[in-house]
Design a protein around this ligand. Structure first.
Ligand code: GLN
Length: 610
């Protein structure tokens, strides 16, 4: 078996410059060369996992097939590389220390003093080597390259043991199997107090962070400079001179119209040739033109999306957009397939509530105005009491005004409560999460899933849902689906018959047929709510069916799509995975009027019947 190749991606100067996207882009490029890639994200915090984070801390909690609750960067890898990661692909300081302390308690260290070097650093290296070999694709192919992204920036106290571990690791796995890519920032500055896009690009921060990295024993093989505007050749040469690397080892990545351009820009600067030589990958250099065609098409298509679709997201963590990262991406993927441009408005759920009309009428009216202006509404997942009544208001408005709506997890629960209150007349209906003593307990907890602590005690990960004939079954083009879950509460089975008799149909259930997974009003243009989180399995070229349904319904195109065979359903996807056929699904014709056999069909119809 050939040696595993490792690309360590570190960050310098500041965080938040897109290290995750750059790291994923390495994988995208290598995948286009036919190399199987896996990835590991290191988060140097002490938490064991991201499960107990408030979305305000680090953005959304991303959930994996195996139920792992991990950093949202793992979502970037899954989406960019179309792979399925495992919980061990996310390393935290907490996980490493927990393992070492457990070993110490077992007596594995034979009475020795347990120290950061060598015990913690050894544990890190062993973990990386073990996880790198775990297959992440459907065909179980062993990965050849592992991208390791180290969170934070070089010099942080928290990441010191990881940096030291990789200093040792480069010798453990040998030079030709390890390289380090350092993502830095080149700010544009006019004078010290006025950083400006028009100013002069400054290389000093990059120089210092590279010096710091070297001081810790890691030499960058690639320096990736993030900047607002393109950087010219002189600056590139300066970085090369001052940072002691050849000019071809400096890559410049300025702000781009979409993330899909990032791999293309990196590739255009000779990255494949460099990695091929440095890591001895034996790639037979791809034919120009066909190579990375999928990404070229995708980037072009995203740039050319014109017709806007207005979607309102009624949530409670709307101040930090990362809190809904996967939901936003899933909406974008659906928009790409539907050929329209996403115009997303975040509405703070509390602002839709009657009490806000008294306390803060301006916000109240603004929120309702935003809701009314939308073409479609999404009510995403969430926890706790705040904003629940606002979500229920949004559900009622969408149901009564025939506005397309997708409810996810808490969104399903809000829709069920709303229906019970306003259609069945059960005014005291609520969830026991919000009001444990409510009169009608429509949403109840699942005690078997939370025996004690809060960490990792929900119904988590990929589970099967069995669908009955309905709009959602047609969108998936299947009656058995698998999606990821993350919840503690569920619909109370005692109320099912009454709800169904009045028009809220439970068209998706788990294998025991007692747990409700999908609730929809089939007479509505699109009122679909799901207990699972379909956003986690959405991919740029393979949109999530419930999201696609929402976007198409918002555009008034759902009926024609359904009648034409559901081009993008997962079952129909296999034939669009290769580069050659991408043009088919990424056709730009959707907005044009096309005449076929004497009949006018719009472009989207044409697209879906092909
Ligand atoms: N709070 C709800 C539950 O635990 C919904 C969770 C969610 O939306 N992810 O069931």
């Amino acid at each position: 078996m050939p040696d595993m190749k490792y690309i360590l991606v570190t960050g310098g100067v500041i965080s938040g410059v897109g290290k995750g996207v750059i790291a994923s882009s390495f994988g995208t490029i290598l995948k286009s060369c036919g190399i199987d890639v896996t990835s590991i994200k290191i988060d140097p915090y002490i938490n064991i996992d991201a499960g107990t984070f408030s979305p305000y801390e680090h953005g959304e909690v991303y959930v994996l097939d195996d139920g792992g609750e991990v950093d949202l960067d793992l979502g970037n890898y899954e989406r960019f590389l179309d792979i399925t990661l495992h919980r061990d692909n996310n390393i935290t300081t907490g996980k490493i220390y927990q393992q070492v302390i457990e070993r110490e308690r077992r007596g594995d260290y034979l009475g020795k003093t347990v120290q950061v070097i060598p015990h913690i650093t050894d544990a890190i290296q062993e973990w990386v080597q073990r996880v790198a070999h775990i297959p992440v694709t459907k065909d179980n192919a062993p990965p050849r390259v592992c991208i390791v992204e180290l969170g934070g920036t070089i010099g942080d106290i928290e990441s010191m043991s990881f940096v030291e571990a990789f200093r040792q690791f480069q010798f453990r796995v040998k030079r030709e199997n390890f390289c380090c890519a350092h993502v830095s920032l080149v700010p544009m500055v006019n004078n010290l107090f006025q950083p400006k896009a028009t100013g002069e690009p400054k290389t000093k921060p990059t120089q210092s962070s590279v010096r710091e990295l070297r001081g810790l024993g890691l030499s960058p093989d690639l320096i990736l400079c993030r900047s607002e505007k393109p950087i010219n050749h002189t600056v590139k040469e300066k970085i090369s001179n001052f940072c002691h690397v050849a000019p071809e080892q400096v890559l410049c990545i300025h702000d781009l119209s979409s993330v899909y351009h990032v791999p293309l820009l990196m590739e255009s600067q000779g990255l494949v040739q460099y990695l091929n030589d440095r890591l001895q990958l034996n790639i037979s250099m791809p034919r120009p033109g066909r190579y990375m065609q999928k990404w070229r098409n995708l980037a072009k298509r995203v740039d050319n999306l014109r017709k806007e679709v207005n979607i309102a997201l009624v949530g409670k963590y709307t101040k930090l957009e990362d809190s809904y990262a996967s939901v936003t991406k899933a909406l974008q993927h659906a928009c790409i397939a539907a050929g329209s441009k996403l115009n997303l408005t975040y509405i703070e759920a509390v602002n839709l509530e009657k009490q806000t009309k008294i306390d803060d009428p301006v916000s109240y009216h603004k929120a309702w105005q935003d809701l009314c202006k939308s073409d479609g509404v999404i009510v995403p997942g969430g926890f706790g009491q705040r904003g629940m009544e606002g979500k229920i208001e949004a559900c009622q408005w969408c149901r009564e005004t025939q506005k397309p709506m997708l409810g996810i997890c808490l969104g399903l629960q809000a829709a069920v409560i709303e229906f019970a209150r306003n259609v069945l007349g059960l005014k005291g209906a609520n969830s026991t999460e919000v009001d444990p003593n409510c009169e009608d307990k429509l949403i109840i907890d699942m005690p078997e899933h939370h025996p004690g602590n809060l960490g990792g005690t929900m119904r988590l990960g990929k589970r099967k849902t069995f669908l009955e004939p309905s709009v959602i079954t047609r969108l998936y083009n299947s009656d058995v689906i698998e999606e990821r879950h993350r919840h503690r509460y569920e619909v109370n089975p005692e109320y099912i018959d009454r709800l169904e008799a009045s028009g809220l149909r439970f068209v998706g259930k788990d294998e025991s047929r007692t747990r409700m997974e999908v609730a929809s009003v089939e007479s509505h243009p699109y009122y679909v709510t799901v207990q699972f989180h379909p956003e986690y399995l959405s991919r740029p070229l393979s949109p999530s069916p419930p999201f696609l349904g929402l976007i198409l319904a918002s555009l008034g195109k759902l009926k024609s799509y359904l009648s034409k065979g559901c081009r993008f359903s997962p079952r129909n996807q296999s034939d669009v995975s290769s580069d050659e056929e991408d043009d088919l699904c990424l056709s730009d014709e959707n907005d044009k009027t096309v005449v076929e056999n004497g009949k006018v069909v719009n472009g989207f119809n044409k697209l879906v019947i092909e």
